[in-house]
Design a protein around this ligand. Structure first.
Ligand SMILES: [Zn+2]
Length: 413
């Protein structure tokens, strides 16, 4: 019999999921759509075949449980998300679900029951593509679902509450999806890296240290507009030139320490004419770090630097925080066991933070989390060009399988 962890088999299942799309010619599978229901049905079938009992919870997460040797024991929770962005790749999220099911199938094939249960979850929404609110599946499971988002409408004017009803779920019952901490031993998610680090170092897998926290700013610079031909350089209060200095400051400050990243992704100048000195400028800042204290320190340096640039150039600069999310550190006791599994599978050890958000950010409110990263080609993600090799899918699955078999709960059962 072919091993459940066989790379070609994993890739075949990923292709089957990728074929379930709302639009022909591209992959898009949003929360509570008929395609979401079809993906859930396919995953339920795989879970049953792997020896799990299966249910769909109150938010539309599909959950399979592989019972412990003594029924009713707490569960090690595994999984990832089944929803996608628009024109998505086929591995972001799905790889974690498919490999987790394969690990359970591998246990079943070998007649192994563990002292703890394993639950695999396919989260209903992580990306937030349909309603503009992210991590809906994992928040509901963690008991931190914000009920005000039920009134949000999608692009067709259908509210989330209506969509839940059409999907066969009761919006009033979402609280029932919440799990108790004592039911779980921890959460481990396998995911593609979505970045270029593992590929650059020739590594198939890595251990995640933390999901980085993020701060976003909307920055406004006010200077003085003037005639491009008549206002001498010395007297100018050029808002865009001041903004340019700020952009370079963001780049310099972020580059000054490892794992801190800072990006100015949007900038505009007013009035925006070829022959007018810019009187105003607006730009965004996205700042991320695996440790909140380091992000806060970098943010303070940026604000102080912006103020110095403003004084020097005779402009005013105001920065408004538009987003602030704490980091989610991976629990050292769990990450240590993942590192052991990586080494036992014969891979060099590489630990790295996740700059992208994941379901673990929400699950961290419920139980300890850890993550395994799998190399992806060129670091490309959220793009149909997203690619991994069958060998790497299998390498990731084997690390996860090894981790599960050797898993020691933090406290004895
Ligand atoms: Zn993802």
């Amino acid at each position: 019999m072919t091993s459940a962890l066989d790379g070609a088999g994993l890739m075949d299942r990923l292709d089957q999921l990728a074929a379930i799309s709302e639009q022909p010619g591209m992959l898009v599978r949003r929360f509570l759509t008929p395609e979401h229901a079809r993906a859930n049905a396919l995953v339920r079938e795989w879970m049953r075949d792997a020896g799990m009992s299966v249910r769909t919870d109150a938010i539309g997460n599909v959950i399979g449980r592989y019972e412990a040797a003594t029924p009713g024991q707490p569960a090690l929770l595994l999984g990832s998300h089944l929803d996608t962005v628009v024109d998505a790749g086929r591995y972001d999220g799905m790889l974690g679900v498919v490999t987790s099911i394969a690990c359970v199938a591998d246990l079943a094939q070998n007649g192994i029951c563990l002292p703890f249960a394993i639950e695999v979850v396919g989260f209903a929404d992580e990306e937030g593509t349909r309603f503009g609110a992210t991590l809906l599946g994992s928040r509901a499971l963690a008991g931190t679902f914000d009920r005000t988002v039920l009134d949000r409408a999608d692009g067709d004017g259908i509210t989330m509450a209506e969509a839940l009803s059409r999907f066969g779920l009761d919006p009033a019952a979402i609280d029932a999806a919440a799990r108790r901490p004592d039911e779980l031993l921890g959460y481990v998610e396998l995911h593609i890296e979505q970045g270029p680090v593992l590929e650059a170092e020739g590594l198939a897998v890595g251990c995640v240290t933390a999901i980085s926290g993020a701060t976003r700013l909307a920055v406004t610079v006010e200077g003085m507009a003037g005639h491009a031909g008549t206002v001498p350089m010395a007297g100018r209060r050029d808002a865009l030139a001041a903004a340019a200095e700020c952009v370079l400051l963001v780049e310099r400050r972020a580059a000054a320490e490892p794992d801190l990243v800072g990006t100015v992704g949007r900038i505009e100048a007013g009035p925006g004419a070829v022959n007018v000195v810019p009187g105003s400028a607006r730009f965004t800042v996205d700042l991320r770090a695996p440790a909140d204290a380091r992000r806060a320190a970098a943010l303070a340096d940026l604000i102080a630097g912006f103020e110095a640039i403003a004084r020097h150039r005779g402009v005013t600069i105001t920065a408004a925080k538009t987003h602030d999310a704490a980091s989610a550190p991976c629990a050292p006791w769990l990450a240590d066991q993942i590192r052991d599994a990586i080494e036992h599978e014969g891979h060099a050890l590489r630990s790295l933070p996740s700059g992208a958000g994941h379901d673990g950010m929400a699950i961290a409110a419920l139980t300890d989390i850890a993550m395994i990263f799998v190399r992806c080609q060129g670091g490309i993600s959220h793009n149909p060009a997203e690619a991994i090799s069958a060998a790497d899918a299998e390498a990731g699955a084997r690390v996860l399988a090894r981790f599960i078999r050797d898993f020691q709960p933090r406290s004895p059962l």
